[in-house]
Every structure is written in structure tokens, then in C-alpha cells.
Write a protein that binds this ligand. Structure first.
Ligand code: AGP
Length: 367
């Protein structure tokens, strides 16, 4: 393990900056502009086999699980196949029902996470089909799966995962697109999404260019002992991942919540000392999300809103971070990137070793 990038900058930072190239590598050679689809040779499934899939079940741990939740929504939206994500660490300890027409997807940067590996082995033992979304070529999870999608993010050293996660998201988008195009997703929609995916590397670069502003907000958030990260539907796994990154390296308490669930309990905690980072994309749910922001503001809760330029927050007094708009289904990726920088700069301000957070290992390979 070599600490730091060798140029004095933490590995996590260089890995955040590498994301335009890593996402570009995940996409390379896999998009079909003519038919508006993706080609994933590693799946080893023909159109008939892809059409026979009735359910998609995604398994991963920690941030890979949260990206899995983003992936499940993509599969449901683009392919209209019921899909969900579960922590592999929970799945393996129950007695899961393995169905022959379910496609199981194991997602892991390292490919060595013991809970994910044992979940794959349990599925295989019961005759299920598992594909991997894995970064490390030839790793244990990749070998145990029936096929899969390599992420090509490049080596990820920092404990806090960044570039692997954005490439996982792209891997799910490619899978959902291919599953959708053998079903009812139109060629026009397929082409729209292909164009959206092609725009992502440059748009990630645009988010990274707003680093100074994000660093200012991070310094303010770092003063709070406790905060919320909230989002709805597509925004909720983004909030979960944002909170995870923040607590991992800043050691601040950051709790992710579904926007509408706030009023069922945690709203009691909102006060001028407890800020909320809210994910409010420009989509069919914007009005509902803005209404929830009013409820937080009315309790004196400071707000940092990660949103799109088109979203009108009216008279609300908030700090906002605008990210570029892509196709609505693909928005979660660009909403995630500022949260990485937010966590990174908060940890720097607090003087923590961002590459080696206390109590954590890069991959959890023992039970
Ligand atoms: C991410 O920042 C975390 N360090 C952690 O949650 C990680 O995503 C998890 O342990 C899974 O690792 P894997 O992708 O290598 O399986």
C-alpha cells in the first residue's frame, strides 16, 4: 500500500479527478448508436435469454449496495422488470429464495468482499444465475460469477470508493439499456440514453470544476456534529451514498433519510445545529421535494441543496450546488459527484487522513 498519490495529494482526490476517464473506459466499445442499445459481450446471454428474465436482484455491500439501489431503479425504469438491491451481508444470512428466471447481479469494486462472494456462492449452489459488476479483473467474485461486466475504472486504492462507484452506475445503465431494448424501450429512447451516457465524462468534468464552491460548503458542514442527507426515489440512494462518504472520512454523524419519511420521525431533530443536504433533481418529483425543503427550513434547519439550474427554490434561503442536467434517468451519477468532494473537503478541514480512515479496510475479506 502506497499512501498518497506520490505527488502529495491523497489518493481519494486523484481518484475523484480521474472519473471522466474511468467512466469513458466503462463505456468504450459498449454503445450502439444505430440501435440505441448497449452490447455487453461478457454477459454471455442472447436476446431470448435476456427476455426470459423476470426479476433482477442486486447484491453488494456498503457503497456498492447503494449504487445497486440506483441500478435497480434504472432496470425498473428502462426495462420495466421488477428489480431491487439488498445488502449482500444480509442476504447471505437469511435463507433466500433463488428463482430460475431471476438475474442476480453481484456488484463489487475489489471482487474480494467476503459477504458478496458468499452470497454469490449461495445463489450458485441453489442453481441461480449470477453476473458480476466488478472492477478487479480475475478477482474471486468475478471468477465465481457466470459472466459479467468489468468496470475498467482503473486501480482504486483509497478506502473511500469514488471512481469505482461512478463506473458501477454506468455499468448498471448499460445493463438496463440492453435489457430495455430487448423489451419495450423504443429505439428513440435508446438513442436518447446512449447520447446521455456519452455526455457523462464531460459533465463530470463540469462538476469537478465547481470544487472551490463545494469546498466552502464542506468547511461549514464540517462544523456540525450531526446532519441529514435526504432524497426521494432516484435521489435517495444518492443521499445514502453521500452520507456514507461523509461519515467514513469526516467521522461526523450523517444520516440518510427518504425525503417523505422525515416527517414520520426525524423532523424532530431538525434545528439550526443540524444541517440537511438535500438531493433535488429537476424531474417529475421536484415540487414534492421543494415542499419538503420548506418543512426543514421552517424548523430552522440549514440547507445545502444539490440540484439543477432549472429548479426554482423560490424564497428559500439555501446554499445550492447546481450540477449539469442529463437525461432524467441518468441524473443520479452527476448528483453523486459533488457529495464526494463535500466529504473529501470536510475531512481535510478536520485534519483527517482521508486515504486511511480509522477502523476501515479497503476490502472486507474476513468474516
Ligand atoms: C465505500 O466508500 C466503502 N469503503 C465500502 O462501503 C465499500 O463500498 C464496500 O466495502 C464494498 O466494497 P467492494 O466494492 O470492494 O465489494
Amino acid at each position: 500500500y502506497e499512501h498518497g498519490a506520490g505527488d502529495g495529494r491523497p489518493r481519494m482526490y486523484t481518484e475523484i479527478l480521474e472519473q471522466p476517464e474511468s467512466v469513458d473506459r466503462t463505456l468504450r466499445g459498449r454503445l450502439d448508436e444505430r440501435f440505441g442499445t448497449a452490447h455487453l459481450g461478457g454477459l454471455d446471454l442472447d436476446a431470448r435469454e435476456l427476455r426470459a428474465i423476470r426479476r433482477v436482484k442486486i447484491l453488494g455491500c456498503g457503497s456498492a449496495y447503494y449504487v445497486g439501489q440506483m441500478g435497480a431503479l434504472l432496470v425498473e425504469e428502462l426495462a420495466r422488470i421488477p428489480a431491487d438491491a439488498e445488502a449482500a451481508s444480509e442476504f447471505r444470512y437469511r435463507n433466500p429464495i433463488i428463482e430460475p428466471d431471476t438475474l442476480y447481479v453481484a456488484v463489487s469494486q475489489s471482487g474480494e468482499t467476503i459477504d458478496t462472494l458468499l452470497a454469490v456462492e449461495e445463489i450458485k449452489r441453489k442453481g441461480g444465475r449470477v453476473i458480476g459488476l466488478v472492477n478487479v479483473v480475475g478477482s474471486a467474485v468475478a471468477r465465481a460469477c457466470d459472466g459479467g461486466i468489468y468496470l475498467h475504472a482503473g486501480p482504486e486504492i483509497a478506502v473511500a470508493s469514488t471512481k469505482a462507484l461512478t463506473t458501477m452506475y454506468v455499468g448498471f445503465a448499460l445493463l438496463a439499456l440492453q435489457l430495455g431494448r430487448v423489451r419495450d424501450l423504443s429505439v428513440a429512447d435508446g438513442k436518447r440514453l446512449v447520447a446521455g451516457l456519452q455526455k457523462l465524462p464531460a459533465q463530470i468534468g463540469q462538476v469537478l470544476a465547481t470544487e472551490d464552491r463545494i469546498a466552502e460548503l464542506a468547511a461549514t458542514l464540517a462544523r456540525s456534529e450531526s446532519m441529514f442527507f435526504v432524497g426521494r426515489v432516484r435521489g435517495f440512494p444518492v443521499a445514502r451514498e453521500g452520507a456514507q462518504k461523509f461519515k467514513e472520512i469526516s467521522y461526523r454523524h450523517a444520516e440518510a433519510y427518504q425525503m417523505s419519511e422525515l416527517k414520520h420521525g426525524p423532523l424532530a431533530l431538525i434545528s439550526p445545529d443540524v444541517p440537511t443536504v438535500a438531493i433535488v433533481p429537476d424531474d417529475e418529483l421536484t415540487d414534492r421535494n421543494v415542499a419538503a425543503l420548506h418543512e426543514i427550513a421552517a424548523r430552522g434547519g440549514p440547507l445545502v441543496v444539490v440540484t439543477h439550474a432549472g429548479v426554482d427554490l423560490g424564497a428559500l434561503e439555501v446554499e445550492r450546488i447546481d450540477v449539469p442536467k442529463n437525461e432524467t434517468e441518468l441524473d443520479p451519477l452527476l448528483l453523486t459527484v459533488p457529495l464526494q468532494l463535500l466529504a473529501y473537503h470536510a475531512a481535510l478541514v478536520l485534519g483527517h487522513d482521508v486515504d486511511k480512515p480509522r477502523n476501515l479496510a479497503k476490502s472486507v475479506t474476513v468474516e
